[in-house]
Design a protein around this ligand. Sequence first.
Ligand code: HEC
Ligand code: HEC
Length: 156
Amino acid sequence: MKLLRETVMLGALSATLAGAPLVAQGEERIMPVTDPLTLKECGECHMAFPPSLLSASSWRSVMANLDDHYGDNASLPEKETAAITAYLVANTGRWGSPGVSGSSAGQPLPRFTESQRFAHEHRRFTPDRLAREGIKSIVDCVACHRGAEQGYYDDD
Ligand code: HEC
Ligand code: HEC
C-alpha cells in the first residue's frame, strides 16, 4: 500500500519536472485559425485572429455586426457568417477580458487589444512609436510576431 503511494507520487513529481522547462521558456502556443473559410474571409485585411482571444459572446457580437466592423464593412453572405461564427464559438477562449470600443455607429464591439493583459504586454507600443516603425496598427501581429500565423508569439 505504502509502496504504491510512493510510486504514484514519484510519477506526479517527474511529470511536473518534465513540464517545467516548457513553462519557463514561455512556450505558450495560441492555436491559430485552421478553418479554411475563416482564414480566407477573416485574413484579408488583418491576420485571421485566433479564436481563443475572445469569448463566445464577444465573437457573436463581432459576427453579428460585420457590416459595421470597427469602421469597415466586412459583411459576408449569411451562410458564411453562420459557418465562421460556429467555428469561432467552438474554439473560443479568453485571453484576458476584452475591452470595448465604439465602431463607426458608436456600437460597442469587443477588442482583445484593449484587454488588460494585451495592453500590458504591448504597453511600449504607443501609436507614435508604431507610426515611426511603419506599423499600421497594433493589430498587425505578423509585423512583430513572425510566428503568429503558426501560433507563436514569444519569438522577439
Ligand atoms: C474589410 C476588411 C476586414 C475584414 C474582411 C475583416 N476585418 Fe476585422 N478588422 C478590420 C479593421 C479595419 C479592424 C480595426 C483595426 C484597427 O483597430 O487598427 C478590425 C478589427 C477586428 C477585431 C478587433 C481587434 C482588436 O482590436 O481587438 C476583430 C476581433 C476582428 N477584426 C475580427 C474579424 C473577423 C472574425 C473577420 C472575419 C469574419 C474579420 N475581422 C474580417 C477589417 C476587416
Ligand atoms: C509592434 C510590435 C507588436 C505587434 C504589432 C504585436 N505584438 Fe504582441 N508582443 C510584442 C512584444 C515585443 C511582446 C513581448 C514579447 C516578450 O516579452 O517575449 C509581445 C507579446 C505578446 C504576447 C505574449 C507572448 C508571451 O509569450 O507572453 C501575445 C500573446 C501577443 N503579443 C499577441 C499579439 C497579437 C495577437 C497581436 C496582433 C493582434 C500582436 N501581439 C501584435 C510586439 C508586438
